[in-house]
Design a protein around this ligand. Structure first.
Ligand SMILES: Cc1ncc(COP(=O)(O)O)c(C=O)c1O
Length: 392
């Protein structure tokens, strides 16, 4: 039989996942019986709150919930998301026209980009970035312009120059940021929305870490800005706020034309999230605010343990005000290794898995990312091992 040509496969255009290198080493070490402390992937270790799990079980026992569900999300789920936005961010959303449920943020982002970006159209993405931010553009057949900035103010300056010159179709941003932990205030979004209005750009804001905030910081929604709904959509995820990463529930909310377009595309792609999960997610959004605050407090404690212990080892890094990660410049002595080799060294010599910054783009190569996904005691244990390595 003639072999099918793979020349045009989309997979050829997607780089291999850098994180797999460390993941495979981790799996091998574990097979050898070594105790590896895993601060690599941002995969929440805390349990989904009990009322959500109970509701899921109850709804699963009802055969009516076993059928195909609504691709765009059942009405009560979209209403619950709208209420959540009104309560937390003072944003009013029409659940029918301005909200669509997605199978997690990742699926939502990928299909959204396919929906809004035409062949060879340009999307601007600040770097370092969560990998799907750039790769969704490749999947959609578009072009990415990566913008590198020192901080949020610098980013605004660079974005305004790039948008004026390049006239992109889309700008994809995300704050609180993964991996850097960078946060912005509402003034930042006001400037972005003004730029989007001036140059006709669609802004996609990935708000996956909306609720994982520390030290009294409140993460603003871009939709709080007046006029934002004319130019922007926001992606909200249940994965981190409610420890529901495996459940796959997210949303896209905001600009009604964009929501209608994504809803149409998704109606051909999927039949919706398993209905018991949607029903349980309604309980989460309506009744679990205190669980969300507790989760944030837990990450805050872990952040303190990790950053303080690093400081004792002579590795000084800033405490992020939000997110699940500590983004750390590689210590001087190890800089020349680059982030992948340094991550491998930490794994083999200290038994600690972390993410190499290069996985978030070239600009990330001088850094590594610690995910706060082990308990305080395990983080302390990891930091003792890191200290030994640094002092050795
Ligand atoms: C910035 C960002 N967006 C989206 C996601 C994925 O969210 P979901 O689980 O809803 O697909 C992550 C997960 O790590 C993330 O860091």
């Amino acid at each position: 039989m003639k072999r099918v040509s793979e020349k045009f496969y989309l997979s050829n255009k997607l780089p291999p996942y850098v994180f797999n290198v460390v993941n495979e080493m981790k799996a091998e070490a574990r097979r050898r019986g070594e105790d590896i402390i895993d601060l690599g992937m941002g995969n929440p270790d805390l349990a989904t709150p009990e009322p959500i799990v109970s509701k899921m079980i109850e709804a699963t026992l009802n055969p009516r919930n076993h059928r195909y569900s609504a691709s765009r999300g059942i009405p009560k789920l979209r209403e619950a998301l709208a209420r959540r936005y009104s309560r937390h961010w003072g944003v009013s959303l029409d659940p029918d026209r301005e909200v669509v449920a997605t199978i997690g943020a990742k699926e939502g982002l990928a299909h959204l980009m396919m929906t809004v970006l035409g062949p060879d159209e340009l999307a601007i993405v600040p770097e370092p970035a969560y990998p799907i931010h750039c790769q969704s553009v490749t999947i959609a057949g578009g072009r990415v312009l990566r913008v590198v900035a020192k901080n949020a103010d610098d980013l605004l300056d660079k974005l305004s120059v790039a948008i004026k010159r390049e006239r992109p179709r889309v700008l994809l941003i995300s704050f609180p940021n993964n991996p850097t932990g960078e946060c912005v205030n509402i003034g930042f979004f006001e400037e972005v929305v003004a730029l989007a209005h001036r140059y006709g750009v669609l802004v996609i804001h990935d708000f996956a870490y909306a609720d994982i905030v520390f030290d009294g910081y409140r993460a603003p929604s871009i939709l709080e800005v007046e006029g934002a709904k004319e130019v922007a959509v926001e992606i909200f995820s249940m994965s981190k706020s409610y420890n529901m990463a495996g459940w796959r529930v997210g949303f896209c909310a905001g600009n009604s034309e964009t929501i209608a377009a994504l809803t149409r595309v998704k109606s051909y792609m999927d039949y919706g999230i398993f209905q018991p999960i949607q029903i349980a997610a309604i309980i989460a959004l309506n009744e679990c605010d205190e669980f969300v605050r507790e989760t944030a407090r837990e990450y805050e404690k872990r952040r303190d343990v990790l950053v303080d212990a690093l400081a004792q080892a002579g590795w000084i890094v800033d405490k992020p005000r939000a997110g699940m990660f500590v983004w750390a410049a590689i210590p001087e002595r190890f800089q020349s290794l680059g982030s992948l080799e340094f991550a491998k060294l930490l794994l083999s010599e200290a038994g600690v898995a972390i993410s190499p910054g290069i996985g978030f783009g070239e600009r990330g190569d001088g850094f590594v990312r610690f995910a706060l996904v082990e308990n305080e005691q395990r983080i302390r244990q990891a930091m003792r091992a890191v200290k030994r390595l640094l002092k050795g």
